[in-house]
Write a protein that binds this ligand. Structure first.
Ligand SMILES: Cc1ncc(COP(=O)(O)O)c(C=O)c1O
Length: 394
């Protein structure tokens, strides 16, 4: 008899990788689907590689402390202080990527039947965890008419007596938007009023193009915040799986909750040990690569925005950070019924791979990753333009 998987796997989808299966039957596909800088012309800073090789040679290959090695946690605290996030080493836990940190923090907080607020559109890991933890999906809207800023009214309406946390992704995946400080304050006020924890997923905080990023925890005062960050994106090592969470625990409000997280942290032994030796040189060493990365991304982002807004049937908000654009498709002007049909036809006809917006909660948009070099982007947008012109009906 066939073995049946647990029901918690039923609704788990991760469109970013699911869609790749469809692309495998074509040659010459231009991949604009995955947020991995190392698949493009971005390379890991050498001093980080040297630090890891050195750690391995010194035989730091056994288990690490469950919460992470001290020198890396100290470096994370120093980096946090530069951003005005007050914290100590006891407030930091190193994890297997931000992904693990988010899963541990939610697992220790939310019971089946309760909920946490997720941005829509937003990163699909959060919705996958809703299924896995047996909690209820409770999205709030990012407002397309307001540059994809979180909509405070929508947050207010979504909060109910089973809500435990509000997730803020800033800069946002998939929209490339950066939150205004005023909106962040509004979110903190609502969280304070309803005694909620705010999760600040700030994995793209150093990849901003025009204005400075405002860390949520720096504004939090007496509202508890957990900040999530890691090396994957800004330090160009997504495959190293190095992330962390950092607690802002005013008046000990979340001390019991932190103890709960730490129990789960000990039960999974530790994050990858030798790779943790890259954290200090990354955060406190040379940052030259970061300036170059941001310059390239700003140029590619501006080009992306300009090309998309010149294509009939598409419109794209201003991109302020990360490496994503999330253009809206005026589906009424195309023969396609859904965003997924649009994306699949684009792949079949033009061999350009993007991800349908419904994979991020929005069914009339799609996500473009603009990490590839300009010549690849030009070719991809030329093909996208021809495709849209061909299918557009006024
Ligand atoms: C908003 C957001 N959070 C978390 C992650 C996962 O990061 P990590 O590689 O550290 O697990 C990603 C990866 O794309 C992301 O976009």
């Amino acid at each position: 008899m066939a073995i049946i998987p647990a029901t918690r796997t039923e609704n788990i989808e991760y469109a970013i990788r699911d869609i790749v299966v469809l692309a495998q039957k074509y040659d010459n596909v231009l991949y604009l689907n995955i947020g991995d800088p190392n698949k493009s012309d971005f390379h890991t800073p050498k001093h980080m590689i040297d630090a890891v090789v050195d750690a391995m040679a010194k035989n730091f290959n056994g288990y690490a402390p469950a919460e992470g090695i001290l020198e890396a946690r100290e470096a994370i605290v120093a980096d946090g202080r530069k951003k005005n996030i007050p914290c100590t080493v006891d407030d930091v836990i190193i994890t297997t990527g931000v992904s693990e940190a988010i899963e541990l923090a939610l697992s220790a907080l939310v019971n089946p039947g309760e909920n946490f607020l997720t941005p829509n559109p937003g990163y699909p890991l959060y919705t996958a965890l809703v299924s896995k933890l047996g909690t209820e999906l409770n999205p709030y809207e990012l407002s397309e008419n307001n540059g994809w800023q979180p909509d405070l009214d929508s947050i207010r309406k979504a909060i109910n007596d089973k809500t435990r946390a509000i997730i803020v992704i800033n800069p946002n995946n998939p929209t490339g938007s950066v939150c205004d400080a005023q909106i962040l304050k509004g979110i903190l006020d609502l969280a304070g009023e309803h005694e909620l924890v705010v999760f600040a997923d700030e994995i793209y905080d150093k990849l901003v193009f025009h204005e400075k990023h405002t860390p949520l925890a720096a504004l939090a005062g007496d509202v508890p915040v957990i900040t999530f960050n890691g090396l994957s994106k800004s330090y160009l090592v997504p495959g190293w799986r190095m992330g962390w969470m950092m607690f802002h625990n005013p008046n000990g409000l979340i001390s019991d909750y932190i103890d709960g997280i730490k129990k789960l942290v000990r039960a999974r032994l530790c994050a990858n040990h030798p790779l943790q030796y890259a954290i200090k040189p990354a955060l406190l060493g040379q940052q030259d690569h970061l300036t170059k990365t941001v310059d390239k991304l700003r140029t590619r982002g501006e080009y992306t925005e300009q090309r998309l807004n010149a294509i009939p049937g598409l419109s794209c908000n201003h991109i302020n950070g990360a490496f994503y654009a999330f253009p809206t498709i005026e589906l009424a002007h195309f023969k396609f019924e859904t965003d997924k049909d649009f994306v699949i036809s684009l792949l079949e006809e033009e061999q350009v791979l993007c991800v349908h917006g419904s994979g991020f909660g929005r069914s009339s948009a799609f996500r473009i990753v603009f990490l590839p070099p300009m010549d690849v982007l030009k070719q991809a947008y030329d093909r996208l333009e021809e495709f849209c012109i061909r299918h557009y009906k006024a």
